[in-house]
Design a protein around this ligand. Structure first.
Ligand SMILES: C=C(OP(=O)(O)O)C(=O)O
Length: 332
């Protein structure tokens, strides 16, 4: 079955109240986990970090932005408690070792490592010290970089899953990299997933069908609000639709149908299948041609439509009227 993660990221815009609103809204959609990002400006950034997208004049630097996105330990604990109460797993990607320390105090079950951190072995080392399972994203990584991170974590006996991801906001269809999902499955022989930035529900559905066991996408309460990921996010309504679709596909993919066993269709086959009839008035002695025949519902009223070849060239034994069923005793 799929593990579905709704990524809130910075959609709360630094407001703890909005962060809680996200939990309430997403709890109704059927996702398994809600993911935040734990940013500690001093530990992960500096005043030299450029903006990826400068979407408001609120922050002079990207560092100021990260500072504004910080929550206190007690606030993180409140978010975790809210998720617990809503029956959702609380997740948050750390962007520094200090963030891992904080999340350990909050009490997380596993770690998500964002695409930008794949080469941050200092962080990988700190996370592996926790011995908790890891979901590693790959939005900017070459196979060489990914192999190195996977090897590092595997050697430390960390349970690991890798997500196909393309770091672009939003991703265009030609950038999704759905082909990579099957490559990752055969390359690593571990659970593989998909971290989506497309803002379209079909992308995760396609990833699911291709074998992704973990699906992550950004969610936003309102597409009009400022935020670095708004254009790459699904609305709450779209999340609900996506989750329903994925759960159905999970059931479908786990069920196998034996096309050779049609026993449960026997009654329906009688209704849907057809018997041969004549399509015009014909006299006794007429030699039946293809052009004289039609196939009509139901089955079992005359010669089976599948056997029409055995009728062609036979001679009518009686006069027949248009649309009458043709039986074996009518021909010789
Ligand atoms: C940036 C993150 O992930 P991804 O690279 O999968 O978008 C994250 O989890 O915070």
């Amino acid at each position: 079955m799929s593990f579905i993660i709704a990524e809130i990221g910075q959609a709360h815009n630094g407001s703890i109240d909005i962060a809680h609103d996200y939990i309430d809204a997403l709890a109704k959609t059927g996702v398994d986990a809600i993911k935040f990002q734990t940013h500690i400006a001093n530990a992960e950034s500096s005043i030299y970090e450029p903006f990826r997208v400068k979407f408001s004049d609120q922050d002079a630097t990207r560092f100021d932005y990260w500072k504004r996105m910080e929550f206190k330990l007690s606030e993180w604990k409140g978010l975790k408690q809210h998720c617990d109460d809503a029956g959702l797993e609380f997740m948050s990607s750390p962007f520094s070792n200090a963030a891992v320390d904080l999340l350990e105090e909050v009490g997380v079950k596993r770690y998500k490592i964002g695409s930008g951190e794949v080469t941050n072995f200092l962080l990988l080392e700190r996370i592996s010290q926790t011995k908790k399972p890891v979901i590693l994203s790959s939005g900017m990584s070459s196979f060489n970089e990914l192999d190195a991170a996977v090897k590092f974590l595997k050697e430390k006996h960390i349970e690991i899953a890798v997500l196909q991801c393309t770091t672009a906001y939003p991703t265009k269809p030609q950038e999704y990299g759905l082909n990579v999902i099957t490559e990752l499955i055969s390359r690593y022989n571990i659970p593989i997933g998909f971290s989506d930035h497309s803002a379209k529900i079909e992308t995760c559905i396609a990833a699911k069908v291709l074998g992704a066991e973990i699906l992550e996408f950004h969610a936003v309460l309102n597409r009009q609000v400022f935020g670095p990921d708004t254009t790459s996010s699904l609305t709450i309504q779209e999340v609900e639709t996506l989750v329903k679709a994925v759960r159905n596909i999970d059931i479908a993919l786990q069920s196998s149908i034996n096309k050779n066993d049609t026993s449960k269709f026997s009654e329906l086959k009688l209704i849907f299948e057809k018997s041969l009839a004549v399509n015009k008035n014909l006299n006794k002695g007429h030699i039946i041609r293809f052009e004289d025949l039609e196939a009509k519902k139901p089955a079992n009223k005359g010669v089976k439509a599948s056997e029409f070849r055995s009728v062609i060239g036979t001679r009518l034994q009686r006069n027949m009227t248009q649309w009458e069923f043709l039986n074996n005793e009518d021909i010789a």
